[in-house]
Write a protein that binds this ligand. Structure first.
Ligand SMILES: [Zn+2]
Length: 418
């Protein structure tokens, strides 16, 4: 690096602006060595602070020293439909498989509507609305209380999976759900990672198992979009060691690791998903979390090019999109008619464990800032330590016409909300 000595420079150049520039260019790395300096000694080598390297990772909470514009976006440019929230879920779970009709509710519609009005949210889609009586209860509790503000999805009846006529029973359950107002079908990552031949024991059931074909076809016939979560982030399929960029997240949630021979690979899970999509071209599939390929936008783009019946949502993945803002912006531009706004919001106290999904004003403001501004290097979650990996994100500054589709129009079209 070349550094001008300001005093020497003055002799040649008395222009004040140049002088200031030169002075400011001085930096510590070129300071004369304070220690050492003896013959043959590396002058940059200093004795490290004792215990300086023993700070625990969990105690390391650095604050960025960047002085860059901070834009607060309290309201979105257009009304929002959040297609990915969890306001309830099925109470009984066995080995990762949700069963039965009993529901747990953890959000109060009146409080939600107040938040929605503050944050410019027209409607929330509650994906985990349950089945049978539980579904009817969820719809009564949300959709019916605040008409137009909530839409509820049904879920598979995996409790019936061991029945010999499961394919027919499942298709009938979807018909029934449609008749009482379910807006679509939601699948958690259960399929591919938890559901087994004996429901919670035995061999894992493949995502493209033919026994689900009547379910996918019923959704097509009833124009119910299928919101499907397949696989998980790539890092969850790798060893949770010091090379894993999501080390802290996996340490906090060890049950999110699918590393090992007992699980299919990330690639195999997605290949099975893509075979289902190809086999049911009349069914609309919304792939949750950018299809769990937000780390590989070229791959999800190829999937969307091959299958016109595919949409994606961005929920819980602004962390990935926002660390590759140029590539992400091109992705938003190219697929602007097939990307949906979603957050994966979970109300407190459940949401406290997953800050990137913690329902509240702050979560929405972060999403709006990411989509609408060109702010640089900011937190993707309301949390002192970035929960999905230690990095920060950059806004993609989308134009108004794309924002309108992403926030609202694409979801309104899929859900039949004029
Ligand atoms: Zn979710």
């Amino acid at each position: 690096m070349h550094h001008a000595n300001p005093r020497a420079r003055r002799r040649f150049d008395l222009d004040r602006r140049h002088l200031l520039t030169a002075t400011r260019a001085g930096c510590g790395c070129c300071a004369p060595p304070m220690l050492g300096g003896g013959s043959g000694k590396n002058p940059l080598q200093t004795a490290a602070k004792q215990d300086g390297e023993n700070l625990r990772l969990t105690d390391f909470k650095p604050r960025s020293m960047l002085h860059v514009p901070v834009t607060r976006v309290e309201k979105p440019a257009f009304p929002v439909i959040d297609v990915h929230t969890h306001l309830s879920w099925m109470s009984e779970t066995r080995n990762g498989v949700s069963l039965g009709e009993a529901m747990t509710y953890f959000a109060d519609p009146a409080e939600l509507v107040a938040l929605m009005d503050r944050k410019g949210i027209r409607a929330m889609v509650n994906l985990t609305g349950g089945t049978g009586k539980g579904l009817a209860e969820s719809i009564a509790r949300f959709d019916a209380v605040a008409p137009g503000r909530f839409r509820t999805m049904t879920e598979p009846s995996f409790a019936l999976f061991a029945e010999p006529d499961y394919p027919r029973l499942q298709a009938e359950a979807i018909e029934q759900a449609h008749s009482i107002g379910a807006a679509g079908l939601k699948l958690l990552k259960t399929l591919g990672l938890y559901l087994r031949e004996g429901i919670d024991q035995g061999e894992l059931v493949s995502v493209d198992d033919a026994r689900f074909d009547p379910m996918w076809e019923t959704c097509a016939a009833r124009k119910m979009p299928v919101f499907i979560h397949t696989s998980d982030p790539e890092a969850f399929f790798l060893p949770g060691d010091s090379a894993n960029e999501r080390y802290e997240e996996l340490a906090k949630h060890p049950d999110w690791s699918f590393y090992g021979p007992e699980y299919p690979s990330h690639r195999d899970l997605l290949a099975a998903r893509d075979r289902v999509i190809a086999r049911h071209p009349n069914t609309t599939f919304v792939l949750m979390h950018v299809g769990n390929q937000a780390e590989d936008l070229a791959a999800i783009a190829a999937c969307m090019d091959r299958h016109p019946n595919v949409h994606v949502d961005i929920s819980a993945r602004i962390s990935e999109l926002g660390r590759q803002p140029r590539m992400a912006r091109r992705f938003f531009e190219r697929y602007q008619d097939r990307i949906l706004f979603g957050t994966d919001a979970v109300p407190p106290p459940y949401g406290n464990d997953v800050p990137q999904q913690l329902l509240g004003d702050e979560l929405y403001e972060i999403y709006y800032r990411f989509l609408e501004t060109e702010d640089e290097y900011f937190d993707y979650a309301p949390s002192a330590v970035p929960p999905q990996g230690r990095w920060s994100i950059y806004g993609v500054g989308l134009p108004q016409d794309i924002l309108r589709k992403l926030y609202h129009d694409n979801a309104a079209r899929l859900l039949g909300m004029p």
